[in-house]
Design a binder for this molecule. Structure first.
Ligand SMILES: [Zn+2]
Length: 169
């Protein structure tokens, strides 16, 4: 693997550890040329099957570009998008599957996006859940309201909570 600093074509593994859930291995590497250290992650391959039947490797970047449009004009930063994409990837990988339909990736985005920004969520959901009428929007908004009203006051918007317990669905 290339050194990301000096592009030296080789590197030495100085430490390896398996993640808690056993789904990935993290390696610390050192470049023998510039001596700097960097980290690589090894995951099993996760293929996304598109509607056309073509499969491609899962990419957080694709998740981000898919969500970015829905977030236009919203107070959502690049950091938020990166965290969202990470949560989506973790959620999908925790299922222990080797491939997933592109539509299911879209669905996996909905929950973290709803927590991040409700307007962006509605925009995104209208596409991924195929909203066809005002009633579809009304139903989605009613469920957002019900959820908001169920939450204790003060726990509202602002920074997205970073330590949300994973819920099994
Ligand atoms: Zn180097």
């Amino acid at each position: 693997m290339h050194c990301p600093f000096c592009r030296h074509p080789d590197s030495r593994v100085v430490d390896s550890r398996t993640s808690e859930d056993g789904s990935s291995i993290r390696r610390r590497r050192q470049c023998p040329n510039c001596m700097r250290r960097f980290t690589t992650m090894e995951h099993t391959s996760l293929a996304v099957i598109k509607r056309s039947g073509v499969s491609e490797e899962f990419s957080r970047q694709k998740v981000i570009s898919g969500v970015r449009k829905a977030c236009q004009g919203r107070p959502v930063g690049e950091d938020d998008l990166a965290k969202l994409a990470q949560r989506v990837e973790e959620k999908i990988r925790s299922r222990g599957i080797a491939e997933i339909d592109a539509d299911e990736v879209g669905l996996a985005i909905l929950e973290p996006l709803r927590e991040l920004d409700q307007v962006a969520f509605l925009r995104f959901a209208s596409v991924y859940q195929g909203f066809e009428s005002l009633e579809d929007f009304e139903a989605a908004i009613a469920s957002l309201r019900a959820e908001r009203d169920a939450e204790p006051a003060g726990a509202a918007a602002g920074t997205a909570p970073s330590e949300v317990p994973e819920q099994n669905s």
